[in-house]
Unconditional design. Sequence first.
Length: 230
Amino acid sequence: MGLLNTITNLINPSTVDDLKSTIVAGGGLARNNRFVVIITPPRALNQSLLNINISDIATNLLSGGFSLKSLINDPRDIALLCESCSIPGKQIETIDSTTVRKPNKVATGYTFEDVTMTFIGTNDYRLKKMFDAWQSLAVDPTTYRLNYTNTYKSTVIIQQLNGKNLPTFGVTLLNAFPIAVNSIELSNTNDNDFVKISVSFNFEEIESASGLKTGLLGLKGQLGSITRLI
């Protein structure tokens, strides 16, 4: 009877201890506030990573907010300022196929939903400027000419972290780019609110991988962006 009870408990866990052991076996509960976003800007965007804008520098000097760090739009700042994002879902597209027995659905392909990320805005609006410049790589705001996709598409990595801030799961969005830099809401109803910058990304494919693999890919991309600035 002991073996039978063990098998029954495995099939139908019904106690608090069973639930606890299942959670422990899975490495603990995944928390939605433990994540990191790694965005590797396109190579053609490197010029916007250098924030050498005389008007901005003068404004920061007059306001007392100037620092040497403000001259470089470090891509690692994106992860620090990202307030929320989502791991995208996947939907199978189907058509109805009628047989003698009954109608049923047949898979014809799949689609992904766009990923929207929200960032905390700083007074220099560096992220807003970066994403605006990124969009300008796709459609020139002066000539309205369209650019080649390899100029403006890049890689975005989203990682789930555990309680020790180590990556446990990750997805890589391939050939991603910001299709929408959404409007910024301003209001004087609450002095404690911050400016939020919402950006929607479109992408072609998803690669799911271990946290370690996506972490190494993200580190490689970030180091490449920084190295190209030197």
